[in-house]
Write a protein that binds this ligand. Sequence first.
Ligand code: NAI
Length: 318
Amino acid sequence: AIQELRYDGQTVVVTGAGGGLGRAYAIFFGSRGANVVVNDLGGSFKGEGRGSQAADKVVDEIRSAGGKAVANYDSVDNGENIIKTAIDNFGRIDVLINNAGILRDISFKNMKQQDWDLIMTVHVRGAYKCARAAWPYFRKQKYGRLISTASAAGLFGSFGQCNYSAAKLALVGFTETLAKEGLKYNILCNVIAPIAASRMTETVMPPDVLASLGPEWIVPLVSVLTHKSSTETGAIFEVGGGHIAKLRWERAKGALLKPDETLTPGAVALKWSDVTNYKEAEHPDGPANAMEILEAAGQLPPNNPGEKLDFKDKVVLI
Ligand code: NAI
């Protein structure tokens, strides 16, 4: 038998659901039995202006297909109002998708504080405000699913987007911590770095590439992660155009030096190939174990100073 992943009786809040990825999520959840809160401020992709049309249109689409949806026009910076819309209309919240976003691309040299602050407000404080308002409900019912939206720009950097990159990587740390705090309440938190055609990307990618990067190819991963059957939490996923992959941290082999007066810059320079050795790497779930390190390092002999031959003279770096 074929069975759909369903969300009957659950309430899903999607921020920035008036267009792009958010609209695709909202329509999907509406088609799978969920009550959907379609939030959208309705401004431009640079965060100017506002309006109710974007959200209303998506609500109409969901309703005319037989689904249940209500609109909310608040900025995510007023996240408590968005969650209140869910509670007032449907009595609960089960899934929150932090998706709303804007761009203020500009080289670092020309960046104004307003470009920085607005990006931080919408992406970071907005995600915080919405999650903070949903959290007590998640805890009380011992159930919650939270998705936040990072970006390749945050994971790898991107010319002209230092504000956006900083904000997007902030959501990775945010997610990693909430995953830990939510675990015993069955609140699962994950972060995606999507790539898809939307008004945000239509000017930076060629039309033939955009044509194969539909927002609908992001939806299935988000569906799996937010379903009640999921156990995945604290993870980062790259997703777009049919490609889905989990990402994790990598720690190089590393150098271990005795922490005494012989731990000089020259001694570090000598060990540089170990510090950067990814051939013998590990994939850690947490920071290096300080107690183990101190014990092992304490038993080492004093460090060698860095030595190199400079013409005829031996130079000792310390
Ligand atoms: P989009 O511009 O089509 O959708 C974003 C929506 O958020 C818009 O409808 C906008 O009105 C709404 N919004 C903006 N500020 C808001 C606020 N303060 N409160 C409530 N709603 C607000 O763009 P797209 O591509 O669908 O982006 C969705 C998310 O995915 C964003 O967080 C974006 O940064 C992220 N993303 C998208 C990528 C892509 O390739 N499209 C790449 C990496 C990340």
